[in-house]
Ligand binder design. Structure first.
Ligand code: SAM
Length: 276
């Protein structure tokens, strides 16, 4: 994008702009955009991915928090009528709004070289809209990508792994070195694809209870399950669930956490604790 003013990368907005043409090519290749796709780009910045996407798609919506960059994108593309710029904090965006019009029933594709400072809360935010999403492609700090795909008993396994794997199939696609960005971050990055499951493999009967149980368990990661979940379950409940209460939360699978929350949901005495 041609800027009409010098733009100094803003650390508070996690601005690390992509500058390696080969990496940009790989990203577009992996997304494989098509003319009629409904793509939402998060954090277009100076528009390096935006430009390549607009060469293919009829229309693109972008969400950018930095007003200066949003103004510039509008100026550069106003004449094309191909780009809608939402100057907004993506964490405040209700993605239902994108499919509010009855004509726009096509599922959304969400992409972005994400600001690393908000990538974890943003993934949690987007997972809550997963039925509306066809797929998501993100550049993430490698450590966050590792947490997304971690399995039980691995160091990186936690609430993010469980919630992401509950809703999505996740594929780490390729590693990206710091020098692909300006300014260069201190960490490696991974480009990742998340595809929401068409039907959830282990469905929770009560989603907010499932989230709450998982959060409670991992808030107290060092404690045994028996201690961490004692507000919900006693020894007899663990026996009924066939889960050993002396285990730690990171040993349980997504299916185990679903089983625990469905058990609590199905026991009126325990469910009465849901709102506490
Ligand atoms: N896509 C560009 C690229 O690859 O060069 C910029 C990526 S940069 C890592 C992250 C972008 O997200 C920046 O443009 C930044 O201003 C924007 N951003 C940061 N926080 C945001 C938020 N909460 N909502 C929307 N955009 C945000």
């Amino acid at each position: 994008m041609r800027l009409n003013f010098p733009h100094h990368p803003r650390k508070r907005f996690g601005q690390n702009f992509l500058r390696d043409p080969q990496v940009i090519h790989h990203i577009i290749d992996a997304i494989h955009p098509e003319k009629e796709d409904r793509i939402i780009e998060i954090g277009p910045g100076q528009g390096i991915l935006t430009k390549s996407l607009l060469e293919v798609v009829d229309h693109l919506e972008v969400i950018e928090i930095d007003r200066d960059l949003a103004v510039q994108l509008n100026l550069n593309y106003a004449h094309t009528h191909q780009l809608t710029v939402h100057t907004n904090d993506v964490l405040q965006v209700d993605f239902n709004a994108f499919i509010a019009e009855p004509k726009n029933t096509r599922k959304l594709r969400v992409i972005g070289n994400l600001p690393y400072n908000i990538s974890t809360p943003l993934i949690f935010h987007l997972l809550s809209f997963s039925p509306l999403l066809l797929d998501m492609h993100f550049m993430l700090q490698k450590e966050v990508a590792d947490r997304l795909v971690a399995a039980p008993n691995q160091k990186q396994y936690g609430r993010l792994s469980i919630m992401a794997q509950y809703y999505c199939h996740i594929e780490p696609l390729f590693l990206v070195p710091p020098n692909a960005f300006y300014p260069s971050p201190k960490v490696q990055s991974t480009f990742v694809r998340l595809i929401p499951h068409q039907s959830i493999p282990h469905p929770a009967l009560n989603h907010s209870l499932f989230q709450e149980v998982t959060r409670t368990a991992f808030n107290q990661r060092r404690k045994t399950l028996g201690n961490a979940l004692k507000i919900y379950l006693n020894i007899e409940d663990f026996a009924a669930l066939k889960i050993t209460p002396t285990l730690r939360p990171e040993t349980l699978s997504v299916a185990d956490f679903v089983r625990i929350s469905n058990y609590i949901h199905g026991h009126p005495k325990l469910s009465s604790l849901e709102s506490t």
